[in-house]
Design a protein around this ligand. Structure first.
Ligand code: GLU
Length: 481
């Protein structure tokens, strides 16, 4: 059975890149009838942010990227927080020490800083020089007994061995072991580093596929060595491409939103965000763009994840969100709009009127809270046209004729619905000979106050005769002053 995990550190919010990692792992686990595990990598006590674990889990839940095992729901491979697994790492570290694959290092930060500077000055890549590699057991024990601070490092083969990497996305790459550093596995505070903890946990949790960001690629050969030192079969790995800003720099908070909760707060629906994120680096051969979660589960494959950075195109996300909002059942849309409506001036509005207004607005909504602005015209008694281009247009003689004829026809209208409204406009066509765009545009501008407004007949019907009269008067007043 395949087992995949999402292993975030509780250092803050869920990043969109994190959601993509979780999503791809989830999709593959679902497709293969496997399990998707949440593991909290909280061994870096300094970077820990209170409440982060709950935020991460809540955002995954919101996106419907559901975990089968995790700290909140348990499972057979727990505990699922690394801070609760410390003895496991200690035990495994002893195995490495006993076999000579790890050693204590007493170098001070000052020595390491100096070393780094010297290496940089010589144009070399900073790297630990192996100073403590050959300390005798006696000396080590004495220094430990004296309470001297130390870390444990892994021993990288220094024979320039080629380490073969096999990645589901990048294929085969070979790395020279001389490029690798004697990685710290246990910090002086007694906590393991990510490298030891993740290898031990992935093995003990029987993870079959590790999906993670490209930033972990440089650590990959060290992890493979650790698997070898332990005598374990490594899982398969998939390193996902970077997510980029439109200017091809790495996606960063400085250039805009990167937290899933920001997108939620701005009124993107989870289905659209998930769909959009699925396409950051992955696609199908037919360039399909809209996928439900079950289609994603069916169609996802690592073979179709690219190596090149994926651009986070906000316009595309907007387009996608609009597509999803357009397809929602009206009741479902109303439910999702509720939090915004509840805190607005529309909270006490007549529910039926509000519902019909929202139905008219629905095709044009890009994000949920936009509804608030778009509703204004429905609730304002005397909304005024403000765009100068539209007012200029209404100055034209044909526009004036249409508006005036409509105004007169309105007086005689005794029933008022969509059908009547259309009839009335046809009547104007007959009596004035004005048709098509010339006929509809002035009415659209006067009644919807927008160039690409919502459905004009529906809107006129909902407004009622008086309000339409008022709007036509407003438009005429603007063009005769
Ligand atoms: N804790 C690591 C992170 O926050 C996980 C990397 C991995 O998935 O192996 O990115």
């Amino acid at each position: 059975m395949v087992r995949l995990r999402f292993a975030p550190s509780p250092t803050g919010y869920l990043h969109v890149g994190g959601l993509r990692t979780a999503l791809f792992s989830f999709l593959y686990a679902q497709q293969q009838g496997g399990r998707f595990v949440f593991r909290l990598e909280d061994t870096d006590q300094q970077r820990r942010v209170e409440g982060s674990e709950q935020d991460l889990l809540q955002m995954l839940q919101w996106a419907e990227v559901n975990c089968d095992e995790g700290p909140d729901i348990g499972g057979e491979y727990g505990p699922y927080r690394q801070s609760e697994r410390l003895t496991l790492y200690q035990d495994h570290l002893h195995i490495l020490m006993d076999s000579g694959h790890a050693y204590p290092c007493f170098c001070t930060q000052e020595r390491l800083d100096n070393l780094k500077q010297q290496q940089k000055a010589q144009g070399l890549n900073p790297k630990y020089d192996g100073h403590c590699r050959e300390l005798k057991a006696m000396e080590t024990q004495q220094r430990q007994a004296d309470g001297e601070a130390y870390v444990i490092r892994m021993r990288i083969p220094d024979d320039g061995e080629k380490i073969l990497i096999d990645d589901l996305i990048r294929g085969h790459v070979s790395i020279d072991s001389s490029q690798l550093d004697d990685q710290v596995l246990l910090k002086s505070d007694g906590f393991p580093t990510y490298h030891l903890a993740c290898v031990v946990d992935d093995h003990l949790m029987e993870i079959t596929h590790v999906v993670r960001g490209e930033e972990w690629l440089p650590s990959f050969p060290k992890h493979l060595l650790l698997y070898r030192y332990f005598g374990w079969e490594p899982p398969r790995f998939a390193h996902l491409p970077l997510i980029l800003n439109p200017d091809r720099s790495k996606l960063s908070k400085r250039q805009g939103d990167v937290a899933v909760e920001d997108f939620k707060a701005q009124g993107y629906v989870a289905e659209a965000l998930v769909n959009f994120i699925a396409l950051l680096g992955w696609n199908t051969s037919d360039d399909q763009e809209l996928f439900s979660m079950s289609e994603l589960i069916e169609k996802f494959s690592f073979e179709r994840v690219g190596k090149a950075g994926a651009v986070f195109d906000r316009n595309k996300l907007d387009w996608m969100n609009q597509q999803y909002l357009q397809r929602l059942e009206l009741d479902d849309l109303m439910r999702r709009l509720q939090p915004w409506l509840d805190n607005s001036r529309y909270s006490g509005a007549d529910p039926e009127f509000l519902r019909r207004a929202i139905q008219i607005i629905q095709p044009r909504l890009v994000t949920l809270p936009e509804v608030l602005d778009k509703l204004v015209i429905f609730f304002e008694d005397k909304p005024q046209l403000e765009q100068p281009e539209l007012i200029d247009y209404l100055h034209q003689p044909t526009a004036q004729t249409v508006l005036r004829t409509f105004q007169t026809a309105l007086v005689d209208a005794d029933t008022w619905d969509e059908g009547n409204f259309k009839q009335m406009v046809k009547g104007i066509q007959k009596s004035t000979g004005i048709k098509g765009k010339d006929l509809w545009t002035p009415l659209r501008y006067a009644i919807t106050l927008e160039e690409h407004g919502p459905d004009l007949s529906m809107m006129a019907a909902l407004f009622g005769k008086e309000k339409c009269q008022q709007l036509i008067e407003n438009a005429l007043a603007l063009t005769t002053s």
